[in-house]
Design a protein around this ligand. Structure first.
Ligand SMILES: [Zn+2]
Ligand SMILES: [Zn+2]
Length: 244
């Protein structure tokens, strides 16, 4: 028996485990991170969904019910071919993503990675994919956060699917303000030339471009544009969560 297993009951007495989403005291399975109520919240997105925005539609050929421009439901012409998201950006997942991304919590990673893999099995079966590409962070943000959440998700999906990751297919050559913190009219500003091709060859490849959260789709589209510039053939955007 390891020392950590010996002292775990005492640690639990001093610091009782709580639900990572709502803070309720947990009893039972010591490895659980969510209470029964939070674990039962199903925020997964299921087919059919709109190719442009990833939101559910009534039937596969139906137009999206969120039209906002002549391009359809998102207010710009995207550089990706279609987009999918595993879950809606709602609690309990929203709180777990926050802990994963901004607090570096390793406890919540396996749960989020399993949601990401389940979503891929559910939503991506019809696509031919040569490689997975994580949306990169600017090096200054990567340095301060110490990891890229998109890279963590890409690597776990690669282990699940056997599809390789191209870690330097695209680079963030300009630091931009997080899109999620910008008001509607400012979103998309500053993303021009924010990404540029890296050293990994993507010419003729079918790519899965992954990120943690899709807000408007403009970041993932700007990243897809750089991959297009490098000759990528088909680009499917895939995020863990989608703001609705
Ligand atoms: Zn809870
Ligand atoms: Zn749509």
């Amino acid at each position: 028996m390891k020392i950590s297993e010996t002292i775990r009951p005492f640690i639990h007495l001093l610091f009782p485990p709580v639900c990572r989403a709502c803070g309720k005291l947990l009893s039972g399975d010591p490895s659980a991170i969510l209470c029964a109520r939070c674990a039962s919240q199903d925020v997964s997105l299921k087919l059919p969904v709109c190719d442009l925005c990833g939101l559910p539609v009534p039937a596969p050929a139906d137009p999206c019910s969120f039209p906002s421009s002549s391009h359809g439901c998102i207010p710009f012409k995207p550089a990706f071919d279609c987009i999918r998201s595993a879950v809606a950006y709602e609690n309990p997942v929203r709180e777990l993503i926050h802990q994963f991304k901004f607090q570096g919590s390793r406890r919540v990673r396996p749960y989020l990675q399993s949601l990401f893999a389940d979503g891929a099995d559910r939503l991506l079966g019809n696509f031919h994919l040569d490689a997975i590409v994580p949306v990169p962070l600017h090096w200054t943000r990567h340095f301060s956060r110490e990891f890229n959440q998109a890279d963590v998700l890409a690597q776990s999906l690669s282990r699940h699917s056997g599809i390789p990751v191209l870690a330097d297919a695209v680079r963030r050559c300009k630091r931009t303000y997080p899109q999620s913190r910008l008001g509607g009219k400012w979103r998309g500003r500053g993303l021009e030339a924010a990404f540029c091709p890296g050293t990994d060859a993507v010419s003729g490849l079918d790519l899965l471009l992954v990120d943690d959260v899709m807000t408007t789709g403009q970041t993932i589209s700007a990243c897809a544009a750089a991959l297009r510039q490098a000759g990528a053939h088909h680009i499917v955007g895939y995020t863990l969560a989608r703001r609705i």
